[in-house]
Ligand binder design. Sequence first.
Ligand SMILES: CC(C)(COP(=O)(O)OP(=O)(O)OC[C@H]1O[C@@H](n2cnc3c(N)ncnc32)[C@H](O)[C@@H]1OP(=O)(O)O)[C@@H](O)C(=O)NCCC(=O)NCCS
Length: 322
Amino acid sequence: MSHTQVLGTGAYRPDNIVTNADMEKLVDTSDEWIQSRTGIKTRPMTIDENTSDLAYNAALNAMADANITAADLDLIIVATVTPDYQFPGVSQLLQKRLGCRPIPAFDINAACSGFIYALDIADKMLKSGTYKTALIIGAETLTKFADYDDRNTCVLFGDGAGAFVMGRSTENKIKSIITYANGDDQGYLKMDGYPLKVDFKTPKQARPFLEMNGQEVFKFATTVLPRIVKELLEDAKHTIDDIDIIIAHQANKRIIDKAAKTLKVDAHMMFSNIEHTGNTSAASVPLAIDEAIKTGRLKKGDRFITAAFGAGFTWGGAVIEL
Ligand SMILES: CC(C)(COP(=O)(O)OP(=O)(O)OC[C@H]1O[C@@H](n2cnc3c(N)ncnc32)[C@H](O)[C@@H]1OP(=O)(O)O)[C@@H](O)C(=O)NCCC(=O)NCCS
């Protein structure tokens, strides 16, 4: 049976860095509140680059890292909740911009868990034998949907994109992948879509904003994150001693710290870059993995767990050996 592997990773963040002091000018907040409740100090916020621009640059970096060209790509999957357009998808814009021949290219929406879903789909499509090399990307410009009158949410988010090039492998490098959803019928974390027409009159569209019940989402996240890690260990027939580092979705440093306590693992084992990224939704996991690799926290041969959770509610994770 054929296996899959990560051939290269890449990241891209906008240059515009917004500090907590900048946020203090927009809403009634403080650097002390943001840092102590979330761990965030700065976040990149796009000014003039849209999601496909971030995704394109992350893709180029991942392709250079994997030493491949656009001609080698057989498949593109982009996880995003903030595409440039309703359609065409970011993936289809990328297929053209990267100069690929016609290949399957599609977007998926599983909110902050989206990149894990993309990994799962690509893994299975590669294993089918039809495709050899896949580009998967998590890319978001969530800050364009933040409500800058709502201090509960607008301080939390950042923009960016992270990418993997994946290929087939004779060795079993991706030990386990899990993905789940359990519908959030209470609307604890949501952004409204386009309203339905009434009497065939075009509705005046209110601009949608991201809305969140922070405490309910916090409860969900702190419950599900340790559960993902435990299930992955069981599925991969590993113990925590087989794992070098855990790279969770960067939503809040307190969620990561609480998971470390529940799992009884050293805080140092939990990678965190939220301090300078904020919550970048589907981009969070690949951005963090790329940063762990590029800063030497993750090396060739290391084995790590990645785990994500988000709106939907969705969650998932993977055990990966580099
Ligand atoms: C959003 C979050 C940081 C808020 O932290 P919290 O400790 O739960 O804070 P609370 O919601 O209880 O609010 C406490 C107080 O801080 C205030 N507050 C909220 N945001 C604030 C801000 N940016 N600056 C200052 N005060 C703020 C609230 O108004 C509240 O004031 P009150 O007590 O006078 O009513 C936290 O709930 C969280 O991280 N939730 C999960 C979010 C998440 O991960 N989302 C994405 C998942 S993918």
